[in-house]
Design a protein around this ligand. Sequence first.
Ligand code: WQD
Length: 337
Amino acid sequence: MKILVTGGAGYIGSHAVVALLEAGYQVVVLDNLVNGSVEAVNRAAELGGGEATFIQGDVSDRALLNKLFAEHACDAVMHFAGLKSVGESVEQPLRYFENNVAGTITLCQAMEAAGVFRLVFSSSATVYGEEHPLPWHEGLPTGTPSNPYGRSKLLVEQLLYDLPVSSPRWQISILRYFNPTGAHESGRIGESPQGTPNNLVPYIAQVATGLRKSLAVYGNDYPTVDGTGVRDYLHVMDLVEGHLAAMVALDKRPGVNVWNLGTGQGYSVLEILRAFERASGQEVPYHFAPRRQGDVASCWADPVKARDELGWKAQRDLDAMMTDVWHWQQANPEGYA
Ligand code: WQD
C-alpha cells in the first residue's frame, strides 16, 4: 500500500514516515519546505529502512496534486501539512486559513478526482475550546478556539464531516492531538523550530544547551498542582503509531471518526522542566512571567475511545520523551540547518 504523507518533511510527518516504512508501506512525501527539511525525509527513510519519494510542493497546487496522484497510486493520505504557530496565526490569519483550510479543500478535491478517499487528518485539542470539564472526550461539543490557528483546525473538521454525506466512499479520521513532544529514539530526527521556539519543550531544550538563557514560565497562579499550566504531553512516536492504527481502522469504519491522541495524564510546566533536568543532567534556569494570552490552566485527554476502538495507547513515559528530546538536541543543536 502506498501512502501520501503531506508535510512529511516536518516534525510529526517525518516521524510518521519512519513508522510507515517500518510497517511496510510505500511512502510519497509532499512538502513545501516552509517548515520542513529534505534532510528530515532522508533520515526518516534511513531509519525506516526504506525509501520515500519526495516531492516539493504545496497542497494548494491542484495541478501538482493531479500529477502526483496520476503517477502514484495512493491508497490513503496522511495530511500533516499546515501552519501551526498560534502567535503567527493571530498576525496572519488569512495566511493560516489559506494554508490550512483552502489547502485541505484543494487536497480533498484532488483526492476525490483521483478516487482516493481515505484521509487521516491532524487536528488539535484546541477545537474543544475552553469551557469543558476535564478530561476532554470526543463526545463533547466542539467549542470556540481562542485563535485563528485553532479555528482553522475546527473549520477543516467541520467541512470533513460533509464529505461522506456527499459520497459514502470517504473514510476519514480526525485525530485531535494534545501536546506532542519527544523525538525518534535514535536522535536523528526531531523538532527543528525556526527562530525562537513557541512551544515549551523545544524552548527548554535550547536553554539546556545554552542557546537561550532562561525559560519564561507563563503564569504561576493557575489553579494547578504548582500554579503553572498543565498539559497532556505525548511522545511523537506514540502519536504517529496512533495514525497507523487510525488508518487501518478506517476500513471497518466508514464516514468520519474522531479520536483523541493523548496519554490522559497532565504535567505542569515545572514538572516538565524537572523531568528535562533529570534526563539531561543540565540545570534549566527559569523565571516566572505573566500568563500568556489564550492559555488555559489545564488540559488533558480522555484517551479511552482510542484505546477501545483503535487498540492504541501511548507507551512511552515522560522520561522517555525528555531523554529523546535531549539526544536530538545534543546531536543537532541547530536542527537540520
Ligand atoms: C505548554 C505550556 C504554556 C512556552 C500549543 C497550541 C496547540 C498545539 C501545541 C500545535 C503552557 C507553557 C510555554 C514557554 C511556558 N498546536 N509555556 N513557557 O499552548 O498547550 O499548545 O502547541 O501545533 O494547538 O496551542 O503548548 O508548548 O506552547 O505550552 O511557560 O516558553 O507551557 O503557558 O502552559 P500549548 P506550549
